[in-house]
Design a protein around this ligand. Sequence first.
Ligand code: NDP
Length: 487
Amino acid sequence: MSQFDYDLFVIGGGSGGVRAARVAAGEAGAKVALAEEDRYGGTCVIRGCVPKKLMVFASEYAGVVEDAASYGWDLKQGPFDWHSFQTRLNTELDRLEQVYRNLLKGSGVDTFDTRATVAGPHEVKLATGETKSAKHILIATGGHPVRPDTVNAQLGIVSDDIFHLESLPKSLLIVGGGYIACEFAGIMNGLGVEVTQYYRGAQILRGFDDEARGLVAESMRERGIDLRVGTNIVEMAPAGDDHTASWTGTASDAAMGADVKQRREMQTEAKDANGPIWVKSTNGGERVFDMVLFATGRDPNTKDMGLEEVGVKLGRRGQIEVDAYSQTAVPSIYAIGDVTDRVNLTPVAIREGMAFVETVFKGNPTPVDHDLIPSAIFTQPEMGTVGLSEEDARDQEPVEIYCTSFRPMQTAFAGRPDRVLMKLVVSKETRKVLGCHIVAPHAGEMIQLAGIAIKMGTTKEDFDRTVAVHPTMSEEIVTMRTPIRTA
Ligand code: NDP
């Protein structure tokens, strides 16, 4: 008979926490409990990847209808009905949440629908007042979006709020240049919203390959997004008598295609959700937007969790410091996922959860492998990436760069200017492919497969030996024969 109520108490019912709990219980036979204060499924399922991707799909249909005419179809473009979409979206999220609950139940995990905090190395306190003891505690509480400390920043929304909007705004300012900012710029633009994006740096998607992010930025502008780099927000206030500067159209209106304009005019539902907001930017410009979205990063959920009190070490941004086995400074307490701020991606949190169970419950110490993680940014077009950017690779060693950019068959036929990019960064010495960067429709699907080859340590010559699949966009990845430059 164990001296503890549970072998494992997991705090947080997102992708990482749920996976660890059900594998520990279902496969390792551990007695497990999990507490979740919000909805099961966490950021990814409830307010992140899943609803975001469904919104990407929704936003792409306007373009599909436009292109269909070039293929002989007589389809009529109608308005986008946000309420109809939102209702279906909510039904799908309810379904997925139930799937997560059932998975836990099916594995024999006890669940507590309440907030839990750490009260000791082996003790968890529930908001209901109960205390539970556990041999091991796993913190998987994720993160939350943060606003900058701009005056009146509370007037702006964050990504969590998008899915609950009563109606879409007519005009939207997005602040930030990371994943969330760029993905929502594409989504909202596709849904007919006039999108302006301010990014403080010189180019969006900092850290990714320069050529790849350059093409994404150019494509975003071509599609009608008014992307301003080297620009930030300095002041904001409710637009009123004192702040009457009115929005008079974006700089890219002139360059915008007739299709984008038409789509925007058809956005019949557009109205301001919380009243217009006056914004002053770092370059002195004053504009009024119906809505401002801050996509300015996320912080780990460690506040008031009782962590430091029991000896768990936190980093500068509040993230839990862990070793390669996800163990904190308190041996019985582990942490996985965004709360540790290592690589903040759902599949990584899941892997960290699995490695934790291997280590602690299956007697097989397994460090988490964070090397060569493929990922996709669901901008329009998408960007898929694995390994080193050209810039990082050439700092490391001499490299050859293979790169091609072209107009893909499907959209070129419809008369669109869209271009795609395929790029390989190759070590001159070992011939290994150090990085692969794809900007193209469905780049996320492509990079998953390229990721396997690159994780296996494939050389450029292995790519060359592979026969092309024709006619596809991705065949170019095996037909690039001559480096465009060495560095
Ligand atoms: P990111 O950290 O990717 O981007 C934050 C952006 O906000 C950066 O452009 C940053 O600028 C800018 N910023 C930060 N502070 C300020 C400020 N005070 N004023 C103006 N701009 C500011 O965060 P996100 O919120 O976009 O995404 C969080 C994480 O979620 C990502 O890192 C990713 O791991 C994950 N994610 C993954 C997705 C996917 O896999 N497709 C999708 C969405 C999220 P600067 O570059 O100068 O620092």
